[in-house]
Design a protein around this ligand. Structure first.
Ligand code: G4P
Length: 532
């Protein structure tokens, strides 16, 4: 095996998706503890803004500062190199999360056992479904009163459109929580609440009928476990690894992250099942990780809000080959060569300059404004990686310039911010108005603040009653021309000059679809691809 091949088969790059408060930060920290990357609990800071209604800039700045430190957490475990790509905890930054999901090969979904599938998880899973991303599920907080485990399994299947396959099963819950039964190892993992111990209480059970079970978990729970396991075995059968890798089935584990419980089991199964860096589609061909030549794409740009340090970091996911420090690479969109003197990697909390990175890794590149999200770097080939879509924003506001003397700065600023992915900007054809779309209130604060600080521009936002944005296309130019004439009020262009229909209500959308059956309304900007 070549060195490159060895490095690739060692790597697994994933993200944790969860509704806020389900335990993503806690689980991340515990994974790092088990991986030996950190030694004390509390080292991973939660990057969420706790008070969602109060927006103050220091909070935003703090959040962004923390999120760059924890953007990628790499650690070694049993010979593997694991890259965790962090995603913002706050729902207002959900767009960032969607984009990060384009840079991972699998995800771990964390659910709170008491709350089951929550709204944010549903949205994030929609993005995973689009790409058939393999999903491992960890149902957390079983040390508390939770929903019935079978109900939780049903809820996942119904709400998320993915089949489940429990690989462990909980024995009771809350203060009666005894642990989990491992269905494939046929062993008990006994729960002993400890927030610091990293060992788990494993007991091999030859046969569930064996009376020894009672001695560990008591009569009632032993009886219940036997029934549960019988039911699970008859319903779910054997675990199909290929169905997991195809994103059709999610293996499910139960535990309690805060008590380190079930985490090692999850990690051991993750390294056994989770895919290595996968090939990626470009506009011309599929690019394989083991190709000698380096290729990569930018999926996230982090701007520094500190006025004394205006640098940005562009996060590049290596798709193929080996990335080398101080080597010229081809920036496809700009048709220019760039080299990077200080490419950064992230080992747990430590940022350090690296000499090399391999397919599956994420490299931080210092940038003075040359990158936008979706940019591709290669050794000369003119390919562009596809599949980094924009989705419809949820809040729309018109951008109003309050200082006409600064119009140029404003144009430049808003252009830059939309390239960084802070917000989507649509220009209406009637009146040339700029409509800014985001998924949360906080981004408007960030935009206003950054336009003032970095570009000296003063803006206000006026609420707009749009319900959703749709990217529109039509094969017949004459029909599209007619559509543009009759629906001019609702039409705008996105930053890449694609046509977008801004629907004021579901009813308006329905009407437009009825009037123009030949016009296609796409839910995301990557409409040229069936699969992103
Ligand atoms: P998030 O990143 O998904 O938003 O969640 P986070 O890990 O911050 O966890 C949210 C809250 O849930 C935290 O409590 C955390 O301690 C708690 N938690 C996480 N895992 C478990 C678990 O397995 N069992 C129980 N009982 N609680 C769990 P908090 O009070 O918000 O914060 P903290 O003061 O405890 O840090």
């Amino acid at each position: 095996m070549s060195q490159l091949q060895q490095e690739i088969t060692r790597r697994q790059t994933f993200a944790i998706i969860a509704h806020p408060d389900a335990g993503k930060t806690t689980l991340t920290e515990k994974l790092l503890l088990f991986g030996g990357a950190i030694h004390t609990a509390g080292a991973v800071k939660s990057n969420k803004i706790k008070k969602s209604t109060v927006s103050d800039f220091m909070e935003i700045e703090k959040q962004r500062g923390i999120s760059v430190a924890t953007s990628v957490m790499a650690f070694e475990y049993k010979g593997k190199k694991i890259n965790i790509l962090d995603t913002p905890g706050h729902k207002d930054f959900a767009e960032d999360t969607y984009r990060t999901l384009t840079a991972v090969d699998s995800v771990i979904m964390v659910l709170d056992g008491a709350n089951g599938v929550e709204s944010q998880t549903e949205k994030l899973m929609e993005v995973c479904r689009m790409r058939d991303t393999p999903v491992l599920t960890f149902i957390n907080k079983f040390d508390r009163e939770s929903k019935d485990p079978f109900d939780l399994l049903d809820e996942i299947e119904q709400k998320l459109g993915i089949q489940v396959h429990p690989l462990t099963f909980p024995i009771n819950m809350g203060d009666r929580f005894k642990g989990v039964y491992n269905l494939y190892k046929k062993s008990l993992n006994l729960f002993s609440p400890s927030k610091t111990e990293v060992s788990e209480g494993l007991v091999q059970i030859q046969h569930l009928q064996d009376g020894v079970l009672e001695s560990y978990i008591g009569e009632e729970d032993a009886e219940q476990l036997r029934k549960d396991v019988e039911l699970i075995e008859s319903v779910y059968g054997d675990f199909d690894l290929s169905a997991y890798l195809a994103g059709k089935v999610t293996p499910v584990f139960f535990g309690s992250a805060v008590y380190n419980f079930g985490v090692q089991e999850l990690l051991d199964n993750f390294i056994a099942f989770a895919p290595n860096p996968k090939p990626r589609q470009s506009n011309l061909r599929e690019v394989k990780p083991e190709e000698e030549k380096f290729t990569g794409f930018i999926f996230k740009i982090h701007a520094n809000l500190d006025p004394n340090h205006r640098d940005r970091i562009a996060f590049c996911r290596v798709v193929s080959g080996t990335f080398e420090r101080n080597t010229f690479y081809h920036h496809v969109r700009l048709a220019k060569k760039f080299k990077f003197a200080n490419p950064t990697s992230f080992m747990a909390q430590e940022k350090s300059v690296i000499e090399q990175a391999y397919a599956g890794d994420v490299v931080g590149l210092y940038d003075s404004g040359n990158f936008k999200i979706g940019d591709t770097l290669t050794e000369g080939e003119n390919i562009l990686f596809t599949g980094i879509p924009n989705f419809s924003p949820e809040i729309f506001r018109e951008l109003v310039n309050k200082d006409p003397m600064k119009t140029k700065q404003l144009e430049k600023g808003i252009g830059q911010l939309s390239q960084e992915g802070v917000a989507q900007v649509f220009t209406q054809i009637l009146g040339n108005r700029k409509i800014v779309g985001t998924v949360g209130e906080l981004q408007f604060e960030v935009i206003q603040y950054r336009l003032a600080q970095e570009y000296g521009a003063k803006v206000e936002f006026v609420a707009k009653n749009f319900y959703k944005a749709f990217w529109v296309t039509c094969d017949e130019q004459a029909i599209f021309d007619d559509f543009m004439r009759r629906k001019a009020n609702s039409l705008a262009k996105d930053k890449d000059e694609n046509w977008v229909f801004l629907a004021e209500s579901q009813w308006m959308l329905q009407m437009a679809k009825q009037d123009f059956p030949d016009v296609v309304f796409h839910e995301h900007s990557d409409f040229k691809l069936v699969h992103v």
